[in-house]
Design a protein around this ligand. Structure first.
Ligand SMILES: C[C@H](OP(=O)(O)O)C(=O)O
Ligand SMILES: [Mg+2]
Length: 305
């Protein structure tokens, strides 16, 4: 594991890579605020002719909404280079699963937007609290739709008992496909005293009630995310680097796809967490060790003028 803070290492990474894949939350921004200096670095790479790709597990934005967020924070915003899980889950349902019935969605408006874009019927967005007790008459208020043949779980700020009743009931049918966007436990929101539950919390609830694991993960480190990117963008893994803030998602994703990996400490994973991985004797954790570390992407801004 190398420290990437020096200008020499930065120049070396520029000459040895044509493609830079950036995670978003915790690398480019935290909540609504850009990571200081990060946009200068990304624009510098883009202006050098490097291929810049954005790869995020966050399902709360469609590709169109990511275009708006990236450009409002000063980043390049080519829609074709943005891969989020609202988009990739819709691609999976349309092109791989070829769903012809309905999708029960524990998710959000942006996921609905991407499903609409590919013509997949869905329902479930928004609050659903029809059942709140263990009284069976109450539970029966969760009417079940016979046409559901997939359950998709992403970020849902309205997750509730009723939604878990429905998801568990649909997934009791082994032919009902179970898709999840990502397993991130917490969201890095910057100056926030609160712990912010990530989609992994919602997916874990559905796994528990359904007594099943997802059939497909549509985000990092799942392989479908990289397949989506490769379908439209030519990447030579020998000359590509994944830059992320989470060892479990970003670094494993990079390693599994033979990319170089760089971990920044501006988001989820800390230097201490990497040190404990290095000290661990568990061979499975090796995949989480990045090739390079850097406190923050913005630290390279001083080399970009
Ligand atoms: C935190 C993560 O987003 P990413 O870091 O992949 O952009 C997520 O939304 O769970
Ligand atoms: Mg991140």
């Amino acid at each position: 594991m190398n420290d990437a803070s020096s200008e020499d290492v930065f120049q070396n990474l520029i000459s040895s890579n044509d493609t830079f894949l950036f995670d978003c939350d915790g690398v480019l921004w935290k909540g609504a605020k850009a990571v200081p200096g990060a946009a200068a670095v990304v624009n510098f790479l883009e202006n050098l002719g490097k291929q810049v790709i954005f790869v995020t597990n966050n399902s709360t934005k469609s590709r169109d909404k990511y275009v708006d967020k990236l450009s409002s924070l000063g980043y390049p915003s080519d829609k074709e280079k943005i891969f989020g899980t609202a988009y990739t889950s819709a691609l999976y349902l349309k092109h791989i699963a070829k769903i012809d019935g309905k999708v029960y969605l524990i998710g959000n408006e942006s996921m609905g937007e991407e499903l609409d874009n590919v013509g997949i019927k869905h329902f479930g967005i928004g609050p659903d609290n029809v059942a709140t007790s263990l009284d069976y008459d109450d539970i029966k208020r969760c009417k079940l739709d016979e046409d559901v043949n997939a359950v998709l779980v992403g970020f849902d700020g309205h997750i509730s008992f009723s939604k878990l009743v429905r998801a568990g009931s649909y997934l009791r049918n082994p032919n009902c496909l179970f898709l999840a966007t990502n397993s991130d436990a917490r969201l890095p929101l910057g100056d926030c005293k609160h712990v912010v539950p990530g989609t992994g919390v919602m997916v874990a609830s559905v796994c528990t009630v359904a007594a099943r694991e997802p059939d497909v993960w549509c985000g990092k480190p799942g392989k479908f995310m990289f397949e989506c990117i490769q379908k439209t963008i030519d990447i030579n893994p020998d000359r590509a680097i994944m830059i992320g803030d989470n060892t479990k998602t970003d670094i494993v994703f990079g390693k599994q796809n033979s990319l170089k990996t760089l971990l920044v400490f501006s988001g989820v994973s800390s230097r201490d967490s990497v040190n404990s991985i290095l000290e661990s004797s568990d061979p499975a954790l090796k995949e989480q060790v990045p090739d390079y570390v850097l406190p923050s992407l913005g630290d390279w801004a001083e080399f970009c003028s």
